[in-house]
Design a protein. Structure first.
Length: 368
């Protein structure tokens, strides 16, 4: 899992932890330094920090907003807009664009999305432009939905190999620490090969009727798999493959080979809207990180830096501290700088049930 570094600069980011100091409850439990939460009235350190026997404070915990940015994964959606995407009732195009709008909206706070559409224009086998239709950025769902609404399927051929090369080059130009992914959504096998050895009628045709009119009809599986392998092993980019529509099953072997070479094992066949939505939910949830790193040096002057005085909230509801994640329904310290969401909370955050994690500093931790 990747670590999310908390910064002191206000950044419009897909993930925002709001660190505040405010009133809090008392409970018991152990901490990363081995100490216990103090709930008695003896003379050791208590929540008001005055070392006396009471636990009240004349000032309480003053609320201090502290917006900081995390580092969610970068995911480039690569969408096939070949003419065959207009097939079906409803069309493959309307089904996939609707599903993509839904999932990007739901995961807007957890993933930095971008959108690249191929082939470019209506000229046969034209690869996409180097710059995406929507560049990867924070909270990008509105821009992606707008772009999808303006596009339509009329491209010639499916230049998957060339598109993957262009998409990987763009992702590699983003010099952040975030993990990077390509989400390839297509209704058919790759063609438009530049391999001079692929000629009709000696190649495998990607036409449904089996006819091979030009070399661009030839199955471009070898080059597509090779480029996916390079992107994954050399570029460190994982490639998810989603097969859209009713005819994609004819190319199971090719689609699986591309996904396997891209580091994700197998492709996701999605013959209908429900299967597509489920596939996208599984893919996106699997890329979300549930570990966060706190840089204490970046906290504002006067903010508590005691890891024993931290509370977490999911969409405003308290997430209790759960050492060892025994209940799975809380959070724990991995060390004095690293917070981990336990299994159930991580799942809720990864699938969008919890959209925002916030934290308070300076008050007794609420324990599971």
């Amino acid at each position: 899992m990747r670590l999310f570094c908390l910064r002191s600069v206000v950044v419009l980011a897909a993930l925002c932890l709001i660190l505040t100091s405010q009133g809090c409850e008392e409970d018991t439990g152990s901490r990363p330094d081995g100490s216990d939460v103090d709930t008695d009235t003896d003379s050791d350190t208590d929540v008001d920090g005055d070392s006396d026997s009471d636990t009240d404070s004349s000032t309480g915990c003053d609320e201090i907003d502290f917006p900081v940015a995390g580092h969610p994964p970068d995911m480039l959606i690569m969408l096939d807009r070949s003419l065959s995407m207009s097939w079906g009732t409803p069309s493959y195009w309307s089904t996939v664009t609707s599903a993509l709008s839904t999932v990007t909206t739901q995961m807007d706070s957890q993933i930095r999305f971008g959108l690249m559409i191929f082939p470019e224009g209506s000229i046969q086998c034209t690869p996409p432009s180097p710059m995406p239709v929507v560049e990867i950025d924070d909270t990008n769902s509105t821009a992606i939905s707008t772009a999808l609404g303006a596009a339509y399927p009329d491209g010639g051929g499916t230049p998957t190999t060339a598109a993957l090369e262009v998409g990987a080059a763009y992702l590699s130009s983003i010099l952040d620490a975030s993990p990077k992914y390509i989400l390839l959504a297509t209704d058919g096998a790759p063609n438009c090969s530049t391999d001079p050895g692929l000629v009709c009628p000696g190649c495998v045709s990607t036409q449904l009727d089996g006819n091979c009119w030009t070399s661009t009809d030839c199955l471009d599986d070898v080059m597509a798999v090779d480029i996916a392998q390079d992107i994954h092993t050399l570029g460190g980019i994982d490639i998810f493959v989603v097969g859209v529509g009713g005819v994609v099953g004819e190319w199971d072997t090719t689609m699986d080979a591309i996904a396997n070479a891209g580091g994700t094992g197998a492709y996701y066949p999605a013959g209908d809207a429900t299967a597509l939505q489920n596939a996208l939910a599984i893919i996106t949830a699997g890329t979300v990180d549930c570990t966060f790193t706190i840089n204490w040096d970046d906290l504002a002057e006067g903010t508590s830096t005691d890891p024993n005085l931290v509370n977490l909230f999911g969409d405003g509801d308290v997430i209790p501290y759960d050492e060892g994640c025994l209940s799975g329904n809380g959070w724990q310290w991995l060390d004095n700088e690293t917070i981990e969401l336990c299994e159930q909370i991580c799942d809720d955050y990864a699938d969008g049930t919890i959209s925002t994690i916030t934290a308070t500093f300076g008050c007794e931790t609420i324990v599971e």
